[in-house]
Write a protein that binds this ligand. Structure first.
Ligand SMILES: NC(=O)c1ccc[n+]([C@@H]2O[C@H](COP(=O)([O-])OP(=O)(O)OC[C@H]3O[C@@H](n4cnc5c(N)ncnc54)[C@H](O)[C@@H]3O)[C@@H](O)[C@H]2O)c1
Length: 296
């Protein structure tokens, strides 16, 4: 077969990690943002449980019953705690309830994001301040409030992990969620500065696009999916939050004991690439990588 006739190279699936070590044995982790089993936070809670941790969930308002259903599916016994990200009083109540239940805390996951419709989807130039302020408060400032309320429980140190969509660049139709995520990423660095001396680490994961309820509010998801398909060197499955959850497990564990203020990309490598054009080396099976050479 001539090189130019090489069969298309199948993208090999990412290898499944070996059975998790009990990286979080004896650890107590609070996970916010579990709505459905598609939620990134659901996959993180699952990974924490696999890692040997005790896990408590938070939810808010009308989402509570969906979260309770997810909690049952995860096999969690304790109650889902009510924590609206715009209610500092509820965050304080969550801290008090965890102190009573566990006596302390080792890790917290902030997986909360929201922006009103008029701040998304092509409304960047017209969004009113009230909508922007709401997005900022719920999606970014709440990380500060949550960390400050929970820090006193982390007397032996701890780890806080949040989720971002790399805000170092602008995205189509993401609009005010972009500056909101940029604020979140900066808040991670300032919290890392102020909580580091208490051995509390604060990091974000910049995830690639995943099909969740929150993502449905972002009208560009389909376009982003195809961009990822073309560019991410490792490929990217928008239906699998597992790689993000495993990275969270790492950040919550002592393996990441010297990592703070970091934004860890878990996006199939998308962020590391420039444009991909026809004729790109990765599209040249001929002579470089034929179907025969491709890994099984
Ligand atoms: N899905 C993606 O493509 C993607 C990519 C990168 C980062 N993220 C981020 O991951 C995080 C989790 O989102 P997801 O994609 O798993 O979607 P999701 O819809 O499953 O989770 C979003 C969560 O935010 C919660 N929430 C919204 N407003 C709240 C409030 N006022 N108080 C408390 N909780 C509130 C919802 O109840 C829900 O549990 C978000 O910060 C999101 O921006 C998502």
């Amino acid at each position: 077969m001539s090189p130019s006739q090489g069969a298309p190279v199948p993208m090999p699936a990412l290898p499944e990690p070996s059975p998790s070590l009990p990286l979080l044995a004896g650890r107590r982790i609070l996970v916010s943002g579990v709505l459905t089993p598609k939620s990134i936070a659901y996959a993180i809670a699952e990974a924490c449980l696999r890692g040997g941790a005790e896990v408590a969930l938070t939810s808010f308002g009308r989402a509570m019953s969906l979260t309770e259903r997810s909690a049952r599916r995860l096999g969690l016994a304790g109650p889902v705690l009510e924590m609206d990200a715009s209610r500092p009083d509820q965050m304080a109540a969550v801290a008090a309830s965890l102190r009573e239940r566990w006596g302390g805390l080792d890790g917290a996951v902030h997986a909360i994001g929201f922006a009103p419709d008029d701040a998304l989807g092509g409304n960047f130039l017209t969004a009113p301040w009230e909508s922007v302020a709401m997005a900022m408060q719920i999606s970014a400032f709440s990380l500060k409030t949550m960390a400050v309320e929970l820090a006193p429980l982390m007397s032996r140190g701890g780890s806080v992990v949040t989720l971002t969509f790399d805000a170092t660049v602008a995205w189509p139709l993401y609009d005010w969620m972009g500056p909101t995520k940029a604020a979140l990423e900066a808040i991670v660095r300032y919290l890392a500065r102020d909580l580091g001396p208490r051995r509390i680490r604060v990091n974000s994961i910049a995830a690639g696009p995943l099909e969740t309820v929150a993502a449905r509010a972002i009208p560009s998801l389909t376009g982003l999916k195809s961009a990822w398909r073309q560019v991410a060197p490792l490929g990217w499955d928008t239906g699998d939050a597992g790689p993000v959850a495993d990275a969270a497990l790492f950040l919550l564990s002592d393996l990441a004991r010297a990592v703070t203020g970091e934004m860890l990309h878990v996006d199939g490598g998308y962020h590391s690439q420039g444009a991909r054009v026809p004729g790109d080396v990765s599209e040249l099976p001929a002579g470089f990588l034929s179907a025969e050479d491709a890994p099984a």
